[in-house]
Ligand binder design. Structure first.
Ligand code: ZN
Length: 270
């Protein structure tokens, strides 16, 4: 039994555009995975989880030449893989409890996130997630709410088990803004989300992975507890809660590589 120690792929791999604007992330070759026994048998043999892969999806569809867009067929096969192999999806509230030391991880934990709030998150992803009982989180640039997705649809998604977090108000890079502009955007994103969804938003996603020290200070001041980046790797207890890593998902991540990224924290990145 191998326990994969926390050695996240290093070597300056800021490989992706983050927000599906343009190409992005190449795929990784799969590490030699062997055939699996049945899920229950495998669970018994597994060591305690070393951490949590937080999967980062963007758009689902047929766009060519943009690895931030995953085909519907491949996305569905990812979700079927999670269902058929005993993976347990965590909400961000559950991930927060783990990071705070208030809860331990189940076997095979995974977090599913979607960025940007495309219509396909509602039309394609939601039915599949509901079919398999998978939890997930959508990060929406709040200025785009009621354009791609209506508030009624967002409320329906939330009721179906999808948390809705802030992807800031505009989709522009925070580190390029003045502190005053950052404060206005972050605060407005929370105020509008909270008012329309009847929640106290605590989870944030940096547009294009961009932040600076002022961003972190503002997020804390506004009550945000977790924030996700586009830096590759798993989430582990002891990580800075406002700088959580995620695992890229796109058309380059076939099923073999999907399994590798779920089972090896040091999954290879090209
Ligand atoms: Zn984005």
């Amino acid at each position: 039994m191998v326990i994969y120690v926390a050695v996240v792929a290093l070597a300056g791999v800021f490989w992706l555009g983050g927000c599906a604007a343009s190409g992005g992330k190449p795929a990784a070759p799969a590490g030699g995975q062997t055939a699996k026994p049945a899920a229950a048998e495998q669970n018994r043999k597994m060591p305690p989880p070393a951490g949590v892969p937080v999967l980062m999806y963007h758009k689902i569809g047929g766009e060519k030449g943009n690895d931030a867009v995953i085909s519907e067929a491949l996305f569905i096969s990812h979700m079927e893989f999670l269902h058929n192999n005993g993976y347990k999806t965590l909400s961000l509230a559950e991930l927060e409890a783990y990071l705070d030391g208030r809860a331990e991880l189940p076997p095979k934990p995974v977090v599913i996130t979607f960025d940007d709030g495309y219509r396909d998150t509602y039309e394609i992803a939601l039915p599949v997630l509901k079919k398999y009982g998978l939890k997930s989180t959508l990060f929406i640039p709040v200025a785009d709410a009621d354009r791609r997705l209506s508030w009624a649809e967002l409320r329906e998604m939330k009721a179906a088990g999808m948390e809705i977090g802030s992807h800031n108000y505009s989709h522009r890079e925070l580190a390029a803004m003045t502190p005053a502009r950052q404060a206005e955007e972050i605060g407005r994103s929370k105020e509008v989300l909270d008012r329309n969804l009847g929640q106290d938003s605590r989870y944030f996603c940096y547009p294009n992975g961009s932040y600076d020290a002022e961003t972190l200070r503002l997020l804390k001041a506004k009550g945000f507890r977790l924030a996700v980046t586009i830096e590759p790797g798993w989430v582990k207890r002891g990580d800075t809660p406002l700088l959580l890593k995620r695992v890229w998902m796109g058309n380059g991540v076939d099923l073999k590589q999907f399994e590798t990224r779920l089972t090896r924290e040091d999954y290879p990145i090209i």
